[in-house]
Design a protein around this ligand. Structure first.
Ligand code: ADE
Length: 250
């Protein structure tokens, strides 16, 4: 089986790495509705990772960078098209201020016509030191921002959301949970579905027999090698049945 495409995988196994304090990752999210994701970012693994100092997530309200007194950051599109477009200036002011403070590996724009987000992309981004995620809204942003400031455009799926906030939250979650130390047992991130192009094997907990629904005997056997073999076979079976596309080209 191919090695998991998780860059941290190699770090976990590198004794030198264990003596280093991993650098804290920083994610700056720019949005017109910060309250949509504020709570989400403080809970569960994302919240804990920030409290442990593994990452910092900063929310920026784009309206704070508005040039108009009514704090609006959108305007009518040239050409008479429908909908409103986010203006260049507030976005440029906000992003340029951040870029002047530190180096960013990526300035990401969430948009349905971007590159499809995936586990390999999350793995790659989790190795970055600093990233900016700009959430799209309305009919889009002035295209000049995409041409001049954005380095990566990302979609979380072929459907259109009201705004990019949920996409930013999805990305932050997938990126932060695989930073070493974010979840208790790093191994459990390695055995996630998609880390090796396989869906994860089923998992069970006590009781071993619930209403006659029994946990597979092999899992109760304590025989490590047989359990590993079962896990791989179960992963392959589920992937063949549910996501055969993942096995193509392997
Ligand atoms: N904004 C609206 N829809 C989106 C999507 N599918 N992915 C990322 N950003 C979006």
């Amino acid at each position: 089986m191919a090695a998991p495409p998780l860059a941290h995988y190699y770090n976990y196994r590198n004794p030198l790495y264990n003596n280093l304090t991993p650098k804290s990752m920083r994610i700056d999210i720019i949005t017109v509705i910060p309250q949509l994701i504020e709570g989400f970012l403080q809970e569960s693994i994302l919240g804990r990772a920030q409290r442990k100092g593994l990452c910092e997530i900063h929310l920026h309200n784009l309206r704070d960078w508005a040039v108009r007194r009514d704090r609006r950051v959108d305007d009518y599109p040239y050409g008479g098209f429908a909908g409103m477009v986010m203006q260049c200036e507030p976005i440029d002011r906000c992003i340029s201020t951040l870029l002047a403070q530190r180096h960013y590996d990526h300035v990401i724009f969430t948009t349905p016509d971007g590159e499809q987000f995936s586990q390999p992309m999350a793995n790659e981004l989790s190795l970055c030191e600093n990233i900016i995620i700009l959430c799209g809204h309305y009919k889009g942003i002035d295209y000049r921002i995409r041409e001049h400031l954005i380095t990566k455009e990302v979609s979380i799926g072929d459907y259109v959301l009201t705004g990019g906030e949920l996409a930013a939250a999805v990305m932050a979650d997938a990126i932060v949970r695989i930073i070493p130390g974010a979840i208790g047992d790093e191994q459990s991130a390695l055995s996630d579905s998609f880390q090796d192009n396989l869906l994860a094997a089923p998992v069970y907990t006590r009781p071993a027999d619930y209403r006659g629904w029994r946990v597979p005997d092999v899992l109760l056997s304590g025989h490590e090698a047989r359990i590993k073999e079962w896990e791989l076979a179960a992963s392959l079976e589920r992937t063949r049945r549910l996501r055969p596309d993942l096995l193509q080209g392997q």
